[in-house]
Design a binder for this molecule. Structure first.
Ligand SMILES: Cc1cc2nc3c(=O)[nH]c(=O)nc-3n(C[C@H](O)[C@H](O)[C@H](O)COP(=O)(O)OP(=O)(O)OC[C@H]3O[C@@H](n4cnc5c(N)ncnc54)[C@H](O)[C@@H]3O)c2cc1C
Length: 471
């Protein structure tokens, strides 16, 4: 029988469920983690406001378009793995019609060259130039690296590995030293680790083993094979176009306080209120935000200590693609401080070409106070040394020194010695109604765009459950 009491109860239930549907969420940071969290929270019925400190979206993905011939290059995150390895990035790109290009010259030309001891030679001449023994030694180094995966039973919690503590307290440099490599191969080994993550002496061996585990089943032709045709910015914009709530740039969050389940977030002189907040800023800048109640000491320490790789990308445009005349596709593995180079424009029109230089670890830190002009001059000089005659073709360059930029203060998370066993789960624990996302909070693809979007989806599911349209 329908009574007034029943009706009132039903009405109250309806109001409550409408309120639940209309919970307010604030997302701090409009990088890929923040944008994916915002999109996924809206799918779950939340009203979302995104607060971003910078004057643009994308965070550590940013596309530089200030080049001749309409050419573009990525200042930050760039390369995607095969859909089998990075499924979520491809899923969102597909969902938002963001175009992806496969990269490289695909068998038309040797991909790259080594520059060692003052000599440039293509990848396929390694044996001829350095001898069979060194070739075998270098192959053995890569096998030893891959075999580190065997140390980790399960990527999702490397701290349960039988030798976790010992591995975590060993630096990657110590591990390289123990391999007793000859000087050239030790240089190449250190160079490889530095470019991927950070200085080998700054890295935990357990972190390297975790990365090996994550990539255990990936084939060589599945890794770093694609990039966004219209730049990473098109991916960030793809998310933004599909988020209904406001995305406010120039809104650096300075404080977050929670009282009786309501969270107040202060940014750009305004207080924003929400039921839940998702903080996606890199750990390296988390302590710039003041929290009330204060964050647990473990998280404050983790944010202060977590190692981030130092990486500077310089994008250099030249009048032509001189590397093709040297018979290679522009990749260079060099023993010079410049580190790696590769071409950004292999899929782009025009005679001009953009070469990226990627300087990491101590070599990036050595230029921490250098002016942009000095950084560019040093890269040009080293490229000229490797590819004589190139400097006469130089047009312009743009510099992205992520480890000294206010809202990143680092390239990407790369756990240091002792940090995996201490802080592995720290950033996955909520603080009241405040949750944390970002590449550094992912348990799989730490340091990757895939890790950032995985973390955004994870947090939306944790807060709002599975999306209603997901069966
Ligand atoms: C040089 C470089 C090369 C890379 N190459 C690759 C690659 O080839 N492939 C790959 O998969 N990944 C790559 N990455 C990693 C990838 O770019 C990152 O993992 C990913 O973009 C991180 O996304 P995020 O949302 O976690 O963090 P972010 O992109 O850093 O987003 C966090 C956002 O928070 C904002 N913020 C900070 N403080 C505040 C505050 N107080 N208030 C409000 N907002 C704030 C920041 O401005 C930023 O927009 C690279 C990164 C770098 C730096």
């Amino acid at each position: 029988m329908i009574t007034l009491k029943n009706l009132t109860a039903g009405f109250l239930l309806l109001i409550t469920s409408v309120c639940v549907m209309a919970d307010n969420a604030i997302v701090v940071g409009a990088g890929l983690a923040g944008l994916s969290a915002a999109y996924e929270l809206e799918q779950r019925g939340f009203n979302v406001t995104v607060l971003e400190a910078r004057n643009r979206l994308g965070g550590r993905i940013t596309t530089e378009t200030n080049f001749e011939n309409g050419q573009i290059a990525e200042g930050g995150g760039e390369l995607l793995d095969h859909v089998r390895i990075h499924p979520l990035m491809w899923h969102y790109a597909n969902l938002f019609n963001v175009e992806i290009d496969y990269i490289g010259y695909w068998g038309k030309i040797e991909e790259g060259a080594y520059y060692l001891n003052g000599k440039l030679f293509p990848y396929n001449s390694f044996k001829r130039e350095l001898g069979l023994e060194k070739k075998k030694e270098y192959d053995d180094f890569h096998h030893a690296l891959a075999n580190l995966a065997n140390e980790i039973p399960n990527y999702s919690d490397p701290t349960t590995a039988p030798n976790a503590a010992a591995l975590d307290n060993t630096t990657v440099q110590e591990w390289i030293d123990d391999l007793n490599l000859s000087a050239d191969i030790a240089t190449l080994a250190a160079h490889h680790i530095r470019g991927e993550y950070d200085e080998p002496a700054a890295l935990s061996l357990l972190f390297l083993a975790h990365q090996a585990k994550v990539y255990e089943a990936a084939g060589g032709n599945e890794v770093e094979i694609a990039r966004f045709k219209h730049g990473g910015v098109s991916m960030a914009q793809g998310f933004a176009n599909n988020i209904t709530g406001p995305i406010l740039t120039n809104h650096a969050v300075t404080s977050i306080s929670e009282r009786k389940g309501q969270v107040s977030v202060r940014a750009a002189g305004t207080n924003f209120k929400a039921d839940v907040v998702v903080v996606t800023v890199p750990a390296s800048v988390l302590n710039n935000i003041s929290f009330n109640p204060a964050l647990p000491q473990e998280m404050v320490n983790a944010a202060n200590e977590l190692n981030y790789g130092s990486h500077t990308k310089v994008l250099l445009q030249y009048e032509n693609r001189f590397w093709l005349e040297f018979g290679t596709g522009g990749d260079t593995i060099s023993d010079l401080p410049i580190g790696w180079t590769w071409e950004a424009t292999d899929q782009q029109e025009g005679d001009t070409g953009i070469m990226i230089s990627y300087t990491s670890g101590d070599y990036a830190d050595a230029q921490i106070d250098a002016s942009e002009a000095d950084i560019i001059a040093s890269k040009r000089e080293q490229i000229e040394a490797m590819y004589p005659g190139s400097d006469a073709l130089f047009i312009k360059a743009e510099v992205f020194p992520w480890h000294r930029l206010e809202y990143s203060m680092g390239g990407y998370a790369a756990y240091g010695p002792g940090q995996m066993t201490k802080y592995w789960n720290t950033f996955r624990k909520p603080h009241g109604n405040v949750y944390f996302a970002g590449e550094h909070t992912d348990d799989k693809f730490i340091a990757y765009m895939e890790g950032a979007v995985r973390s955004g989806l994870r947090i939306a599911e944790e807060i709002g459950g599975p999306a209603p349209n997901v069966k």
